[in-house]
Design a binder for this molecule. Structure first.
Ligand code: ATP
Length: 507
């Protein structure tokens, strides 16, 4: 229960403080589509910058790309999306609530195993062998058995078996509590649209469900014009669209969202090593934000796509539980070979070191920008009880990601204080995003800045007019110091520097 309340608190905070609004709200919203408000867009842009700089600027052998959302329809035949980009859906007959059958099963596996792990911890068997664990805990054993059965069913795309497993393991609807399920049906997630003015001549297109294919079809363009040598990567940030069946978790699962993807092209045979390297590099990127290690974990995919030789997720402990934040996939030569086959054009690389032509193998790192946004907000939003018993809501965002870097607050709206404050603001504009506020008591203005995650507030008072000193207040400690106004830029600039994060992320 507490988890749902938490998510609700995040949703309300995001709306109240101009981070995220439901789409077309005055027309009663559009399901699972959201708009980023004035502060949301700043935070989102800062997350993008953190990703882009750490992937592209910090790696000599990774370059960027911005490919179009519309692509030739054959791209999606080659990639397998037309035939198999679908989710297995199942409805509860009593509540009419719709679920993804795979998610129901995966959650059941996690629950059983987590319950089992707790029992094992009590018996001091947490580091026992898998066999011992299965013997010592019934729940753990059930979880492992379901995992094996589910993996078998997923590999065979046997959706009848999904339903049997849901029934055998007595999975109930969270609304009606009943186990009265429909059959499992497949539902393609791609949005279709048309290109061309006249209906009969129009070409059927899809809105891209991932940005990766734009990278694959440009592989040779980029490699040749950039004179890139393997191993090298291509990174891209862009919109993706999926007609999600179950989309009730705010920006965790949206129908229009943004991805930050990087495809790393390697020599066949070296993929294992690169997979491990990228897993670690990406985990460091997440940890550099100051997240506790226990809130992040790797999760090995229960069902591997037929072409993948390894796939793991980085999961984050969202208010709705541990869920996928980023996927790291070893995709073999599947994508490039498919495009080679469907386009009839060679997509090969000549490796002069070994004197061989080959289709490179690919390691992919793929993270949802919106999920990353949700993660950052959910770990930063806090209600703090102060010494005087009052509560303050604070968003202690990493300063480099904060939407506003510094607020300039004249103590009074008169006596030349606003003019002096604006003089300081005009100077600080060159350091980062500033905010000017002269309404309300200073205490209220501080609280509003805390709720927006602003690292520093500068207060301008009568003494400022005499000696050019201001009060600087730091968000997390709430400590206030009197300093000369010329020092502000240096202090703020040092704190909000994106390089602070990049240094930690790339070591
Ligand atoms: P899930 O299992 O949660 O549906 P997925 O495995 O289909 O995700 P990928 O296709 O690997 O996801 O996409 C890469 C990343 O894109 C995910 O890790 C996630 O962060 C993000 N993502 C995928 N679908 C959505 C969505 N509907 N809304 C927001 N982000 C998404």
């Amino acid at each position: 229960m507490a988890e749902v309340e938490n998510l609700q608190k995040i949703v309300s905070h995001c709306k109240e403080y101009g981070f995220i609004f439901p789409s077309s709200e005055i027309y009663d919203n559009l399901g699972a589509v959201y708009d980023y408000g004035q502060f949301g867009v700043e935070l989102k842009n800062n997350i993008k910058e953190y990703w882009w700089k750490s992937m592209v600027q910090m790696h000599e052998n990774i370059v960027g790309l911005d490919s179009a959302i519309f692509m030739h329809p054959t791209v999606w035949k080659a990639s397998g999306h037309v035939d198999s980009f679908s989710d297995p859906l199942i409805d509860n007959k009593d509540s009419k609530k719709r679920y993804r059958a795979d998610v129901l099963l995966e959650e059941k596996i996690d629950k059983l195993k987590e319950k089992g792990e707790k029992e094992l911890a009590k018996k001091n068997l947490s580091s026992a062998t898998e066999e011992e664990k299965i013997k010592a805990s019934r729940d753990y054993a059930k979880g492992v058995l379901l995992e094996t059965e589910y993996t078998k069913a997923a590999e065979a795309a046997d959706f009848k078996r999904y339903k049997e497993l849901i029934e055998e393991y007595e999975i109930a609807c969270e609304v009606s509590g009943s186990k009265n399920w429909t059959d499992v049906r497949q539902f393609n997630l791609m949005f279709g649209t048309k290109l061309g003015a006249v209906d009969e001549d129009a070409t059927d297109l899809y809105l891209r469900p991932e940005t990766a294919q734009g990278i694959f079809v440009n592989f040779l363009n980029v490699q040749k014009t950039g004179r890139l040598k393997i191993p090298f990567g291509i990174a891209q940030i862009g919109k993706a669209f999926r007609n999600e069946i179950v989309a009730r978790q705010f920006i965790f699962r949206m129908r229009e969202f943004e991805q930050m993807e990087m495809q790393f092209f390697v020599r066949p045979g070296t993929q294992k090593e690169w997979f491990e390297k990228w897993k670690q590099t990406r985990m460091n990127w997440h940890l550099a934000l100051g997240t506790a290690q226990e809130n992040l974990r790797f999760h090995v995919h229960e069902k591997l796509a037929h072409y993948a030789d390894a796939a793991e997720d980085i999961q984050f402990k969202f208010p709705i539980g541990f869920k996928e934040l980023e996927g790291i996939h070893s995709r073999g030569d599947f994508d490039l070979s498919q495009h080679q086959k469907f386009s009839g054009k060679k997509l090969q690389y000549f490796d002069s070191e070994i004197n061989e032509n080959y289709v490179p193998y690919v390691i992919e790192t793929s993270i949802g920008l919106d999920r990353m946004f949700l993660r950052v907000i959910s770990e930063s939003l806090k209600d703090e009880v102060l010494e005087n018993g009052e509560t303050r809501t604070v968003l202690n965002l990493p300063p480099a990601l904060a939407p506003i870097k510094v607020a300039i607050l004249p103590l009074l709206k008169k006596d030349g204080l606003p003019e002096k404050a604006r003089e300081i603001l005009n100077h600080l504009k060159f350091v980062g995003r500033t905010f000017y506020e002269e309404k309300d008591s200073i205490g209220k203005r501080y609280r509003r800045m805390d709720a927006l995650g602003t690292p520093y507030c500068i207060t301008v008072d009568h003494q400022t007019l005499e000696d050019n000193t201001v009060t600087i207040r730091e968000r997390d400690t709430m400590q206030q110091d009197r300093i000369h106004m010329d020092e502000v830029a240096k202090i703020v600039g040092a704190k909000i520097d994106m390089n602070n994060l990049l240094r930690k992320a790339v070591g």
